[in-house]
Ligand binder design. Structure first.
Ligand SMILES: [Zn+2]
Length: 340
């Protein structure tokens, strides 16, 4: 308890709150910019178990804002989940930390959210957030939405049965390319830390049982335009017509919106799945691709350069094709060099 003395002295948490934190199980989806900060705050605060799910690997262009990672992580090409867990264990060895190098999608989400007390959004896309929203409602787990782009960001906590849900706020999935992303507008470090700090504060309230303190309003901040605002959403979905929280139709969990490819925010890259995931043997692929360009691989990931593109291939056959945003081109490259 000495380790957490300053937090225990803070009266709304106290000894009882700290013990609750010590038993709390949290799923963090996405360990990029927001996820780095969220993971560090929660691990330092002494939660019981953190499950980290991330599908990506550390790249040099992440280091400007993704505060858990180092140049060595980027050089090694480590999956973010692996690098994050290494650093987090050095920060607090008492916290159980579970790494999942995985895409969170309609197939994988059920096993990830089981036995969690809270879901934290460190993602960069609406498809995954709508999926988390469905999972939150179906399994009655609070989740905390966070997003930032440019110098602007927002935070909103969703408590099933007590607040509106994401689909009350945004009925339809915004069409691809309709909203600004880190890809098109960039992002500055301070807004990431600010939004993640807001999310982490709501997380501490929820995990210590201070539900009445949870902010029921959406908070928006622009650190460049010097604007902070809140918006009250308590009047939303009074009529129960929301398909997700009102009618309990979980379209994203059912996979109705899933494709086999997806453009990735900030990466000029496309992610591609196999229709039936199965383990991949890197060695023969590396030997084959080495004739075409530089190839490196470790136990988690293979990276190869072909046709002015980079292919990153994970153990389960999932690929990230970098250097294009064209799904058809990415599928063609994957089929040509990896197979189907
Ligand atoms: Zn709703």
């Amino acid at each position: 308890m000495e380790r957490y003395s300053r937090q225990v002295l803070f009266q709304p948490i106290g000894r009882e709150g700290q013990e609750k934190l010590g038993r709390a199980r949290v799923l963090l989806v996405g360990c990029g910019a927001l996820g780095s900060v969220l993971a560090e705050i929660l691990v330092r605060a002494g939660i019981g178990r953190l499950t980290l799910a991330d599908r990506d690997y550390v790249d040099e262009s992440n280091l400007q804002r993704q505060s858990l990672y180092t140049e060595a992580d980027a050089r090694e090409g480590l999956p973010k989940a692996v690098a994050a867990v290494r650093h987090l264990r050095e920060i607090n060895s008492a916290v159980e930390i579970v790494e999942r190098i995985a895409d969170v999608n309609a197939l994988s989400v059920a096993s990830l959210v089981q036995e969690q007390d809270l879901i934290l959004d460190g993602t960069d896309n609406f498809e995954t957030r709508y999926l988390l929203n469905d999972a939150s409602l179906k399994w009655n787990i609070p989740w905390i939405y966070g997003a930032c782009v440019g110098s602007y960001g927002l935070c909103l906590a969703f408590l099933p049965g007590l607040t509106a849900c994401l689909r009350c706020v945004l009925q339809q999935l915004p069409p691809p390319g309709s909203s600004p992303t880190c890809d098109t507008s960039g992002v500055v470090g301070p807004i990431v830390h600010l939004v993640a700090a807001l999310q982490a504060a709501e997380a501490l309230k929820i995990l210590t049982g201070n539900l009445r303190q949870v902010n029921r309003k959406v908070v928006t901040v622009d650190v460049w335009e010097n604007r902070v605002a809140t918006l009250d959403l308590s009047q939303l979905n009074r009529d129960g017509r929301c398909p997700a929280c009102g009618q309990r139709r979980f379209e994203f969990l059912e996979g109705a919106h899933e494709g086999r490819t997806q453009a990735l925010c900030g990466r000029n890259a496309v992610q591609i799945w196999r229709s039936s995931p199965r383990p991949v043997d890197f060695k023969p692929i590396a030997e084959r691709l080495a004739r075409l360009g530089p190839v490196q691989y470790n136990e988690f990931l293979l990276r190869a350069h072909v046709d002015n593109l980079e292919i990153a291939l994970f153990r389960d056959g999932r690929g990230i094709i970098r250097g294009t945003q064209n799904s058809d081109e990415a599928q063609r490259i994957y089929a040509k060099y990896i197979g189907n």
